[in-house]
Design a protein around this ligand. Structure first.
Ligand code: ADP
Length: 454
């Protein structure tokens, strides 16, 4: 096991990793920016090191400063958490060159799955369901038109190196397709230094369903079943739950096993999530693979009892996975609401500043992952998520009732949060009946009466 783990992250996920490391008997070093000087999670670390000013480009994204912090503190491993450098293959490579274990996949596996075209190729070989479309990068527009006519419009042009929704264009006609290829390729070349694009079928109405996987360095890979993250706004997930409701168990198992096969074939060690869109006929199509621990991992921890963050640390230290596929069983239903410091009544305006009151709910089946406490000042520099509320119930209805009760109990002020919105969403018909698609929250926000309360 590692002696000292450096945590290259902040906030709730830094705290989550500190807890896991401590249980495993590892010391922790937390790096922080000047804007996070008073971050409550830092008190829990054995050592803290300031790596620069507030803007993340001058601190949490500075590979050189993080590596020097690791070297001066004699850390033998780095956990990247999510966001920042977590999916940066260069960072994983620099760690390896400096003899520091990167707690995550090898740079090779990360690059293979992070590139959408090579990931799709691997998925095809592993039997993971993918969107029909071009097999490789599109070289000329006529080829794209031929592909699009074959699968039928609408199609979507996507950049192989894309991320964060950039480098994507929807096309409904030949003309839009030609223009979309030009625009997506240009955008991707500017943003990612790689202009390769491909074309695939565009699904108008779909749910987001993803499969949590774990792999180790001994050739093992398992899946921990699925989560539904259909409740999103502007492609940002708001509510996640598991298992994904209303999916036929046979289809679910096939898709989950194919996701684990993909991870296994990629020689992947650590936590990975294979994301899919699912249509009304329960056809699955892979979107991408996230090569890190995800914000919504507690949903899966609740229903399977597997500590995902501890597994990532143990696997990086060379241990085999502590579980085999037969050990993984689903118990009950879990839901997570992201608590964002944003005002839903005013265009989701960020709410930095002083948190005067903060009283988190508790009780049976309630978990709160947060770094916030009364008196904490939310810096304006980072993501607005200030915590996650996770509940576990006997079944979905039980979990929904528990979540709404926990939200009633949650007191945060004077800053506004997304909690009241969550309460409304959880009571809306489309959610209750899981008769929804990835645009349902946006429709609900435009006209709540169109989605009556149950
Ligand atoms: P990124 O890496 O930029 O997040 P993704 O491949 O995950 O890109 O896609 C982002 C979002 O775009 C998805 O969550 C989905 O809403 C939409 N999308 C992507 N591909 C398709 C598709 N083939 N059909 C419909 N929507 C899609």
């Amino acid at each position: 096991m590692f002696n000292r783990i450096l945590i290259a992250n902040r906030g709730e996920i830094a705290l989550r990793i500190i807890r896991a490391a401590r249980e495993l008997g590892c010391r922790t070093v937390c790096v922080f920016s000047e804007a996070d000087r008073d971050g409550p999670w830092l008190e829990q670390a054995d050592q803290t090191i300031c790596i620069g000013p507030g803007p993340s480009t001058e601190s949490y994204l500075r590979i050189d400063r993080i590596i020097s912090a690791a070297e001066t503190s004699h850390a033998d491993a780095i956990h990247p958490g999510y966001g920042f450098l977590a999916e940066n293959a260069e960072f994983a490579g620099v760690c390896r060159d400096c003899n520091i274990e990167f707690i995550g996949p090898s740079p090779e596996a990360m690059a293979l799955l992070g590139d959408k075209i090579s990931c799709k190729r691997m998925a095809r070989e592993a039997g993971t369901p993918i969107f029909p479309g071009s097999e490789d990068a599109i070289e000329d527009p006529d080829e794209a038109i031929e592909v699009a006519r074959g699968i039928g419009f609408p199609v979507i042009v996507k950049a192989s190196a894309g991320g964060g929704g950039r480098g994507m264009r929807i096309a409904r006609t030949d003309e839009e397709l030609v223009e979309g290829i030009r625009a997506a390729s240009q955008e991707a070349a500017a943003a990612f230094g790689n202009g390769a694009v491909y074309v695939e079928k565009f699904l108008e109405q779909a749910r987001h369903v993803e499969v949590q996987c774990l792999g180790d360095t001994h050739g093992n890979a398992v899946h921990l079943y699925n989560r539904d993250c259909t409740s999103q706004r502007r492609h940002q997930k708001l509510i996640e739950e598991g298992p994904a409701p209303g999916v036929d168990p046979k289809i679910r198992d096939e898709v989950c096993e194919s996701a684990a096969a993909l991870i296994r074939n990629a020689g992947y060690a650590g936590a990975a999530t294979v994301e899919f869109l699912m249509d009304r006929d329960q056809q699955f199509y892979m979107l991408e693979v996230n090569t890190r621990v995800q914000v919504e991992h507690p949903v899966t921890e609740a229903i399977t009892g597997v500590d995902i963050v501890k597994e990532t640390i143990c696997v990086a230290a060379g241990a085999p996975l502590s579980i085999s596929q037969e050990d993984v069983e689903i118990r009950g239903h879990a839901i997570e609401c992201r608590v964002n410091a944003e005002d839903p009544d005013r265009g989701f305006m960020p709410q930095p500043g002083l948190v005067e009151s903060f009283q988190a709910p508790g009780g049976f089946g309630v978990r709160v992952d947060t770094h916030v406490r009364p008196g904490y000042r939310i810096p304006p520099n980072y993501d607005s998520m200030i915590g996650k509320l996770i509940v576990h119930g006997r079944d979905r209805a039980d979990a929904i009732a528990r979540m709404r009760s926990a939200i009633d109990e949650f007191r945060v002020g004077p800053i506004r949060t997304t909690l009241p919105l969550h309460h409304r969403l959880l009571g809306a018909r489309p959610f209750v009946d899981h008769d929804f698609d990835i645009h349902w929250v946006e429709r609900f926000l435009e006209s709540p009466q169109a989605a009556p309360a149950s």
